[in-house]
Write a protein that binds this ligand. Structure first.
Ligand code: TMP
Ligand code: ASP
Length: 237
């Protein structure tokens, strides 16, 4: 598949057109940002890890019946994906309190929920991705009621799949963010990425943080954490 013009550059990825109008090539960068772009840096090797990890997880999800944008890994940093129009909602599933949840509700990080939770943020950088409820998302036509139902069903199913896979790797899946998109016929599929940029991973034994929180919170050992979670996946058979 030939790479054509660049059509978009985001904080962590570039997107290119291909000769097929239904397919795009995403290219993962080592650039990292946090706090809506306020904090900037580089995580050496992150692009390769995120590309391979996300692809591997999406292949597993596809086998479990969840439709994804993944088509084919083209190289260390590049993947062929289905073109979607992104639903402007960040879908966050949590199994354990951490991050903005802990801050907002004054709940200690590490408090384990009896049931996973879901929340949505309106994907809008100018507004700083504000939290939004389903009624508000419907009111401003970010998605239809049916689409939101589909997204919720997929998000919880993805959580079950990922939680058990990561447990087998000795990693606790604390929370994560998903993005969904619409194909040209309106079908909802999983898009974006699943990586240490978009998930909280804690070592099951030691509780050590193995994700982008090491960058967000200046904990050091950022590259090592990305390498460690990737190693856990490669060792899982
Ligand atoms: P939060 O606790 O900061 O709301 O983050 C919840 C999850 O979403 C966490 O796994 C990190 C991920 N996340 C993103 O992928 N992108 C973002 O812009 C933010 C704020 C969080
Ligand atoms: N990637 C997001 C940003 O730069 C935030 C984050 O992942 O914490 O705004």
């Amino acid at each position: 598949m030939t790479k054509k013009e660049q059509i978009y550059e985001g904080k962590a990825k570039k997107v290119f057109a291909t000769e097929d109008p239904e397919l795009l090539i995403v290219s993962y960068k080592d650039d990292a940002t946090a706090f809506n772009g306020l904090k900037k840096g580089t995580i050496a090797g992150k692009g390769v890890i995120n590309n391979k990890m996300s692809n591997m997880l999406m292949r597993r999800l596809a086998k479990a019946g969840i439709p994804t944008h993944y088509v084919e890994e083209l190289s260390d940093r590049e993947t062929l994906v289905k073109k979607v129009s992104i639903v402007p909602l960040e879908v966050i599933i949590r199994n354990i309190a951490a991050g903005s949840f802990s801050k907002r509700y004054g709940v200690k990080e590490g408090f384990v929920f009896e049931r996973p939770t879901i929340e949505f943020s309106y994907k809008n950088d100018e507004l700083g991705d504000p939290l939004i409820n389903e009624y508000h998302a419907l009111a401003i036509k970010l998605a239809t009621e049916e689409e939101i139902e589909t997204i919720k069903k997929y998000a919880f199913a993805i959580n079950e799949q990922l939680k058990s896979f990561w447990a087998e790797c000795g990693v606790t899946l604390v929370d994560f963010k998903l993005e969904f998109g619409r194909l040209s016929d309106g079908t909802i599929i999983l898009a974006d990425e699943i990586s240490p940029d978009t998930c909280r991973f804690w070592d099951s034994k030691t509780g050590e943080k193995l994700d982008k929180d090491r960058f967000r919170r200046d904990l050091g050992g950022v590259e090592e954490a990305y390498e460690e979670v990737m190693k856990r996946i490669l060792e899982h058979k």
